[in-house]
Design a binder for this molecule. Structure first.
Ligand SMILES: Nc1ncnc2c1ncn2[C@@H]1O[C@H](COP(=O)(O)OP(=O)(O)OP(=O)(O)O)[C@@H](O)[C@H]1O
Length: 363
């Protein structure tokens, strides 16, 4: 079982110096638009992932006009205390401590405090390009397969090096092809590992998504989901060899893992072009709940579930079904935000399970 007991923030977005205690499995957070509900969820997310779900850089998290920030939180994981402190110093340097010990590599912390965020703009996972879907699956798989994260990081680092070299080769008449051979050889092992794991994990994930979609949408047909990868057609070694001239000309690596996708179709057409708003919402929740379920299966305990503004997204019945599923049937801790204190209170009361309601901006 994983739960967060308390969090304190200093100079974090719109918060000066504030702390909260979380006493229940279900925590509702209400308050008017712009009061800081999302920011509070994001601070929890930050403790789990060493980065924000929303902001591209840490500097965006520091309160405007201030320098440096601090976020500290106490968790309980399988009965043992687990504390996290994140500090961004005035000079921008970041320190992350777990149980008072400095974390040398942020990657080592990923997966220790599994969490799933559901936020209003997440529908981009379905409507936007493949990058959003890769981010979704990588964030999920990295939380239960540490080697996956390390191999993915190695692949991305080498890819950057390769693209830099391709630019040089294109500009200086191909001097340095030996180095390209070296980088290409180094890319193969991490690419193969990530590809194999994506194949395995996506097959499992897709089955859970279908089940969740049926439960949420109540439809007896499913979107067709499949793993698309150039590596399903040929090995990366072959692709790199075949595309070498093209890559030098384009000054970038034109094929590889970074082109993978979780393809989503409905009646043989792209889901994002044909699906209704309701179907998109249902699929988004199905993806997120599938991520939640998969994490729970792998970790042996439920991840934190951070639901931002979901009341605006689903009708009342679907919302109540979802809350029963994630708040009552699961033993995990759930955070929900809503602008209307009465609406969230009423929904949570109907669950007949203990909950806490934080009203931001009051008292
Ligand atoms: N770095 C920052 N420094 C100061 N304030 C910030 C910073 N980043 C964001 N904010 C402020 O935080 C507020 C938004 O907070 P947040 O998104 O958490 O609100 P919310 O309660 O979730 O609102 P909504 O109900 O509209 O989703 C805005 O007023 C924004 O100006």
């Amino acid at each position: 079982m994983l739960s967060i007991q308390s969090i304190s923030v200093f100079q974090y977005k719109n918060y000066g110096n504030q702390s909260w205690d979380f006493k229940e499995k279900i925590v509702g957070i209400s308050g008017r638009n712009g009061i800081g509900k999302t920011n509070l969820l994001d601070a929890v997310y930050y403790c789990c992932f060493t980065k924000s779900y929303f902001a591209k850089s840490d500097t965006q998290l520091v309160t405007h006009g201030a320098q440096g920030l601090r976020v500290a939180a106490e968790f309980l994981r399988n009965g043992s205390p687990y504390s996290v402190t994140a500090i961004i110093r005035e000079n921008g340097k970041k320190e992350f401590r777990v149980n008072d010990t400095l974390c040398e590599k942020m990657a080592d912390h990923i997966g220790q405090l599994p969490a799933v965020m559901v936020a209003p703009d997440d529908v981009q996972i379905i409507t936007d390009g493949s990058e959003e879907r890769r981010r979704f699956m990588d964030s999920l798989f990295s939380q239960f397969d540490h080697h996956y994260l390390l191999q993915l990081m190695a692949y991305n680092r080498l890819l950057l090096q390769r693209n830099g070299l391709l630019r040089q080769l294109s500009e200086n008449g191909r001097k340095g092809l030996d180095l390209l051979d070296v980088i290409d050889a180094q890319l193969l092992a991490p690419a193969q590992y990530v590809h194999n794991q994506r194949k395995t994990y996506l097959a499992q994930l897709i089955e859970i998504i279908k089940k969740q979609y049926a439960g949420i949408a109540g439809e007896d047909y499913f979107p067709d989901l499949s793993y698309e990868s150039p590596l399903l057609e040929d090995s990366l070694a072959k692709w790199l060899e075949k595309n070498r001239d093209k890559d030098i000309f384009a000054q970038r690596t034109t094929t590889g893992l970074h082109r993978d996708d979780l393809a989503i179709k409905l009646d043989d057409k792209l889901f994002r072009l044909t699906a209704s708003q309701g179907q998109r919402k249902s699929l988004l929740f199905a993806l997120k709940l599938a991520a939640f379920e998969m994490l729970k299966n792998f970790k042996g305990f439920a991840p934190l579930l951070l639901l931002d503004d979901v009341f605006e997204k689903l009708d009342e019945t679907r919302m109540q079904n979802l809350l029963t599923e994630v708040c009552v049937r699961n033993d995990g801790q759930v955070f929900l935000t809503d602008t209307h204190p009465e609406r969230i209170k009423k929904s949570l009361e109907r669950l007949h399970s203990g909950f806490q309601l934080l009203e931001l901006g009051k008292g």
